[in-house]
Design a protein around this ligand. Structure first.
Ligand SMILES: C[S@@+](CC[C@H](N)C(=O)[O-])C[C@H]1O[C@@H](n2cnc3c(N)ncnc32)[C@H](O)[C@@H]1O
Length: 287
């Protein structure tokens, strides 16, 4: 598997990473930009949600549906401040700002994503309500208790769950809702995959059973955990294949076909090894 990603030019000289490494992470996201993954996901860097209501949805439609499910779970109100922790190029941030008429700060560690997010917000006429901050989400340049709500939408596994929750606790107001969309380990997760994810995808995945204690320790009250693995994993690979086919000519301008094939194998491996949950929690009013 290592061989597979070295071909993607993400990792150099077989170098490994055992803990969070911002430089490698930035390199990976800036590289994927060129690989056309942004294209097939229509700039939403997260998995899609399918069920009997949208079995034929494309990757980008199903990814937008997942964001909508997160928006529906959010308690943010008109005019309040929301923090998108690990915001990609800001498509979900723009989507929630429009839906809830709130103000959103998108935090990303990647300069590429920060620049593109600003551009997309401008194009959507949302720059007055969606701002981007290029920062490590473990040390956000803001006062304590700044935000009325927030989410980690497929980003917490890059940050270290404990540290990320600690910073989320600091920046949220007491009683604020925190949402987390997370790829989790389960009975099918092999040790080989865990090592691959840690070293090559800069991701550390945990089982859903760890969440109650982690949240409690971070002084959040757990409200619900929805396991949505079955609405996602069986659909992803065929949809990624379809996306690559649809945008093949454009993607091949950036990379060789082999790179697309390797990315497909990464998706296959993620879908075989991981599950997916949506978590809703609330920052304790009295810690
Ligand atoms: C899989 S992408 C999800 C992006 C976005 N939430 C979406 O759904 O489109 C993971 C994101 O987390 C960001 N990220 C990972 N670790 C970070 C950190 N320590 N600080 C800030 N951003 C981080 C990456 O830059 C990337 O934007």
């Amino acid at each position: 598997m290592k061989d597979l990603v070295s071909k993607l030019d993400i990792e150099e000289n077989g170098a490994t990473m055992n803990s969070f490494n911002p430089e490698k992470l930035v390199e990976m996201y800036d590289a994927t930009g060129e690989l056309g993954l942004y294209l097939i996901f229509d700039n939403q860097l997260h998995f899609g949600y399918w069920d009997k209501n949208n079995p034929n949805a494309s990757l980008s439609e199903a990814a937008a549906r997942l964001t909508q499910i997160m928006i529906d779970k959010s308690k943010i109100l008109q005019g309040e401040r929301f923090c998108d922790l690990g915001c990609g190029v800001g498509v979900p941030a723009i989507q929630i700002a429009k839906a809830k008429e709130c103000f959103v700060d998108g935090i990303t560690i990647s300069k590429y994503q920060y620049d593109k997010g600003k551009k997309l917000a401008e194009e959507a006429g949302m720059s007055d309500r969606v701002r981007f901050i290029q920062s490590n989400a473990l040390a956000i340049p803001c006062d304590d208790a700044t935000y009325d709500g927030g989410w980690f939408l497929e980003s917490i596994y890059h940050m270290g769950h404990r540290q990320a929750l600690r910073e989320a606790y600091r920046i949220l107001k007491p009683g604020a809702t925190l949402l987390i969309a997370d790829l989790i380990t389960g009975p099918n997760t092999s040790e080989e995959f865990k090592t691959f994810a840690r070293e090559q995808l800069h991701s550390d995945h945990i089982p859903k059973e760890d969440y109650p204690e982690l949240l409690d320790e971070a002084r959040f009250d757990l409200i619900e955990i929805d396991d949505i693995t079955e609405s996602m994993m069986p659909f992803m690979v065929p949809k990624v294949k379809a996306g690559f086919k649809q945008y093949e000519a454009q993607i091949l301008q950036y990379v060789q076909r082999e790179v697309m094939d390797n990315w497909l194998r990464v998706f296959e491996s993620v879908c075989e090894n991981l599950g997916y949950i949506l978590v809703r929690a609330k920052k304790r009013v009295c810690p």
